[in-house]
Design a protein around this ligand. Structure first.
Ligand SMILES: Cc1cc2nc3c(=O)[nH]c(=O)nc-3n(C[C@H](O)[C@H](O)[C@H](O)COP(=O)(O)OP(=O)(O)OC[C@H]3O[C@@H](n4cnc5c(N)ncnc54)[C@H](O)[C@@H]3O)c2cc1C
Length: 503
């Protein structure tokens, strides 16, 4: 392919679009663009594996990734049948909360079918399944081992392409000289390290205002093989943060019958860095169930840690911004991963792009509308990711916080309240009137919430038994521990071997 060749638009077509980055935001944006543009080139600085392989550009792939209800529903709209492909590749569909034991902010939620579900799999597998679908599109070409280094300005505040350089081992700086790739539309999906603000500044544009959360979240993740003989009537486990305890823990089933376990702390405290510390940290969570599960499981790799901050670039506020350029996914807003909405946002950006291109029948002259539409879509996810970190100010915020607490308590005994609590999290929808009613309606004495059915014993309903003849592991309790008090560093020192803390 000639990189310098300008797309000739003889047939009144829409020309060539370039997507920077082949993460989930780039792949889904390419899909949306292919509906309108004549051809799409996805430029990726990594070499891309066939199938689910690890790569440098997505280091977060080592951590637990799940597709929320909104994310997989949106993916299905973009790629009909993709949920089937995901399951065939090994992803696990987890009904929320029927298959996901969920410790809400005020206690265990009842287990029943809400219609909500997650797809749980390694991030490499999710990307690979989506990538295969994009690769099958004859309009889309991948240009791998190429890095975009600048934007090419066009006439009258437009972008006319990008400058790219190929990786070249023999050259002193590791790259070949840069070349121009012309395009009628450019989408930046290069993730949290996006350099579009600098590139805009180099062209004389004002860079966007950026909001960054004050607090960092830390994460520690490892993969496990379930205990030999493990049987349970649930697929995964979610411990949500609670007032006074910003920790979150998740156990997600992933391909190959393994568990991906992540412990996160919303107060930025140092994450556990090895298996002993991870187990000790799990032992101080609000409930001992996760600890009981992983104590008998076999670690399959090291403990990976990372520290993240939510950040958002307000492109919608810029008065002057080049047309035919759009920023999506993490490059637009990096959300606290503890809430698991990053991929949701990537998919939502692509849906907005698809809708707007279809509605206007052109990619030209709609930049401002697109940026505003994306900002509107980012809003709920941003508030959900940063809300718990900001102490409520003003009457509205205080009422919102009290409503949240009432809903959390009601959710432990009331299915409607539980549905609303989970729907808000899974779909980022604003609370419906019925949620308000579920939270506020007077109720009699609350029933004692049932413990989660962690059945590892003889009563277990068998599901994917690993080795039926082997001994079963101990029965986990459903008690909720008293919350830790007064400490901002929520992960403990290592507990001496053999010593187990119980309330
Ligand atoms: C610990 C952790 C856990 C998470 N868990 C979840 C979860 O459970 N659910 C969820 O929805 N989200 C989760 N996320 C968030 C999710 O990983 C991101 O939101 C998602 O990866 C964003 O996709 P993206 O395509 O915007 O960016 P990325 O996936 O980061 O992709 C960017 C791509 O651009 C390429 N690139 C960068 N610069 C250039 C360049 N100059 N030229 C060419 N290519 C370039 C990179 O190589 C990369 O391939 C988690 C994140 C973390 C850190």
């Amino acid at each position: 392919m000639s990189l310098d060749a300008r797309v000739v638009d003889k047939n009144g077509g829409h020309g060539h679009a370039v997507v920077i980055g082949s993460g989930l935001a780039g792949l889904t944006a390419a899909r949306a663009l292919a509906n309108l543009m004549d051809r799409v080139t996805v430029i990726e600085r990594d070499w891309l594996p066939r199938g689910p392989g690890r790569r440098r550009g997505v280091p977060q792939a080592r951590h637990t990734h799940t597709l929320t209800t909104t994310a997989h529903t949106g993916l299905e709209r973009l790629f009909p049948g993709i949920r089937h492909d995901l399951v065939r590749a090994g992803a696990v569909r987890v009904r929320v909360p029927a298959d996901l034991l969920t410790l809400g902010p005020a206690g265990w939620l009842p287990r029943f079918d809400t219609g909500l579900s997650r797809f749980s799999a390694g991030r490499d597998l999710i990307d690979a399944v989506v990538r295969d679908r994009v690769r099958a599109d004859p309009k889309v070409t991948f240009l791998t081992d190429h890095e975009v280094v600048a934007l090419q300005p066009g006439p009258q505040d437009t972008v006319a392409g990008v400058w790219v350089r190929a990786r070249e081992r023999r050259s002193p700086d590791g790259f070949a000289p840069r070349r121009l790739m012309s395009a009628e539309y450019v989408v930046d999906a290069s993730g949290r390290g996006s350099r579009v603000p600098e590139w805009l500044a180099a062209l004389g544009y004002e860079p966007p205002r950026e909001t960054v959360s004050a607090t960092a979240t830390t994460h520690a993740t490892t993969l496990y093989a379930p205990p030999v003989g493990h049987v349970a009537d649930f697929e995964g486990l979610l411990l949500m943060p609670a007032p006074g305890d910003p920790r979150r823990a998740v156990l997600s089933p992933v391909e190959g019958g393994r568990w991906s376990v992540t412990l996160s702390a919303g107060d930025g405290s140092a994450p556990p860095t090895d298996h002993t510390r991870l187990l000790a940290a799990a032992d101080t969570l609000r409930d001992p169930l996760l600890r009981d599960l992983i104590a008998n499981a076999t670690p399959l790799g090291p403990v990976y840690t990372c520290r993240t901050r939510s950040s958002r670039r307000h492109y919608e506020q810029l008065r002057r911004f080049p047309d035919q350029l759009l920023v999506v996914g993490d490059a637009l807003a990096t959300l606290d991963p503890a809430h698991g909405h990053g991929m949701t946002l990537a998919v939502e950006c692509a849906l907005v792009l698809d809708q707007m291109l279809t509605a206007h029948g052109t990619a030209v002259g709609i930049s401002h509308r697109l940026r505003r539409a994306l900002a509107h879509r980012v809003g709920p996810a941003w508030r959900s990711a940063t809300g718990p970190l900001d102490p409520p100010h003003g009457l509205r915020a205080r009422l919102g916080s009290r409503y949240g607490s009432r809903l959390a308590v009601a959710a432990t005994t009331d299915r409607q309240a539980a549905t609303e609590l989970l729907t808000a999290h899974e779909t980022l929808a604003p609370p419906a009137a019925r949620a308000l009613w579920a939270a506020l309606r007077p109720r009699g004495e609350a029933a004692v919430p049932p413990p989660p059915t962690a059945t590892h014993g003889p009563d277990a309903r068998r599901r994917r038994p690993v080795a039926p003849t082997a001994p079963a592991i101990g029965v986990a309790t459903g008690s909720v521990r008293p919350q830790p008090t007064g400490s901002s560093a929520h992960w403990p020192a290592v507990t001496p071997a053999g010593e187990r803390r119980r309330p």
